[in-house]
Design a protein around this ligand. Structure first.
Ligand code: TRP
Length: 456
């Protein structure tokens, strides 16, 4: 996927090569964006925060804050052409500010490690559900059976630790071998296939008789339920689902050819990612109501609703297995994005090989992940601040580290970098550029700050 012949008319080139095409870049960023955040996290967070009003705030955050932050990350990455830590240090000096901007890259490296530590645990659940689906566990199963299968599985720390280990192993393997053609092919196939399966499920949700109840829950805002903590959760989810605020998109942007439109690529990724999240909500909520479940059920929501639908469908065993396989792929392409800043940094700053870097970073993440493994069983009752260890890592990363990273990134792109530099990267001084600059300089930073201050 990365080609080594970079022809950039005298501009900087990346050590790691460049994407072979505009499409390769869009697919890689879409692969990182579309993941558990869309199908597992979005429905349960929306459910816990009362539905409609949360979804509306989330959509506003995606468009007015997420989009300009994503464009800022890509343009910074492409200009620096190094890992996020080195890129921020380099551009900080180059733009007449300070090399201390490297800390923004540093926070990102750490955020990626922390996010993957629990992301891998949930991805492990998905792997387990591939096997459960294929062996017919959910055929014709009642809501009680499906819920108890979930409780029994997550209640066993050995089972969860095993699948977490397998998922981290798979991630390290691919990262070690370098970003290959295989990944590009996987994404090219996975996103459309996932879309088709979601549409099939949508058909089922519509026929469930509870579709309008689901739609109403998702799109009728009841503002009285929306506190600042829910607004922060919506902002955090916008950052999480778009993979922004931690330098992952910046790292991918470093391999982007000079002539690709950053605005166009960002718009494509944002549209695909948001579309899949909305679709997931429209599938899950009707099923929640049709089966007397609660939308506020938390991280188990998807694992307790989708198997029910599959269990009642003709050919459900096949559909269900294929679905969880696709979701594993989606999680896996996201995992690669989560470690890329840390791996690129170890390679560039400490002269490690990709394989060494992958093993070091992967081992560390696996170890931290044990905290989340135990959060659903042995240590389920050990709660502090935001809840279990899993809850705390999730809260710290999504609601604090990513928005903070995004804030600093837009301030950097909007205020530290001079107009010529950003206009050069975004390729025009037309209306689109003016809108981006207004959002990146004023609206996005003020919006993020307001939400952070009010919620904390
Ligand atoms: N966007 C991913 C998802 O929705 C999760 C994620 C957050 C991510 N930050 C990232 C993936 C950075 C890759 C890189 O599942």
């Amino acid at each position: 996927m990365l080609s080594n012949q970079a022809n950039n008319g005298g501009k900087r080139t990346s050590l790691h090569g460049h994407w072979s095409s505009r499409m390769a870049f869009i697919l890689a960023v879409t692969g990182s964006a579309v993941g558990l955040g869309n199908i597992w996290k979005f429905p349960y967070i929306a459910g816990q925060n009362g539905g409609g009003a949360f979804v509306l705030v989330y959509l506003i955050c995606v468009v007015l804050i997420g989009m300009p932050v994503m464009m800022s990350e890509i343009l910074i990455g492409r200009r620096g052409r190094r890992n996020p830590v080195a890129t921020m240090a380099l551009l900080g000096k180059e733009e007449g500010s300070s090399q201390h901007w490297k800390w923004v890259g540093g926070i990102g490296v750490l955020a990626g490690i922390l996010i993957l530590s629990y992301y891998s645990v949930i991805a492990g659940w998905v792997l387990a559900y591939v096997v459960k689906s294929a062996s017919g566990t959910f055929s014709g199963a009642s809501s009680e059976v499906v819920s108890s299968v979930f409780a029994e599985f997550t209640g066993s720390w050995q089972a969860v630790a095993l699948t977490h280990t397998i998922f981290m192993g798979l991630t390290v393997l691919v990262v070690a071998r370098g970003v290959e053609r295989g990944l590009e092919q996987a994404v090219r196939f996975m996103v459309p296939a996932l879309l088709i399966l979601m549409l099939t499920l949508l058909g089922y949700a519509i026929s469930s008789g509870y579709f309008m109840q689901g739609v109403e829950f998702m799109f009728t805002p009841s503002w009285d339920k929306l506190g600042w903590d829910s607004v922060l959760a919506a902002l955090g989810q916008a950052f999480f689902t778009l993979s922004i605020g931690m330098g992952a998109v910046m790292a991918y942007g470093a391999y982007l050819p000079e002539d690709t439109s950053i605005t166009g690529a960002s718009a494509a990724v944002v549209a695909a990612d948001t579309g899949i999240a909305m679709l997931a909500g429209l599938v899950i909520f009707p099923l929640v109501f049709a089966n007397g479940l609660s939308p506020a059920d938390g991280p188990g929501l998807v694992f307790q609703t989708l198997p029910l639908a599959f269990g009642k469908m003709a050919g459900g065993v096949v559909f269900s297995t294929v679905f969880f396989v696709l979701l594993s792929f989606a999680a896996w392409t996201s995992a690669l994005g989560l470690v890329e800043p840390a791996v690129a940094w170890l390679v560039e700053a400490f002269g490690k090989t990709r394989a060494q870097a992958a093993v070091i970073v992967g081992g560390l993440i696996w170890l931290i992940g044990l905290g989340s493994v135990l959060s659903f069983n042995v240590l389920a009752d050990v709660t502090f601040l935001a809840g279990t260890i899993f809850d705390n890592i999730d809260y710290l990363t999504s609601n604090i580290m990513l928005p903070l990273g995004g804030l600093l990134i837009t301030i950097f792109a909007g205020w530290v970098m001079c107009r010529n530099s950003t206009a050069d990267e975004l390729g025009s001084s037309g209306t689109l550029y003016k809108i981006w600059r207004l959002l990146a300089r004023v609206l996005a930073p003020i919006g993020i700050l307001l939400i952070l201050i009010n919620a904390i």
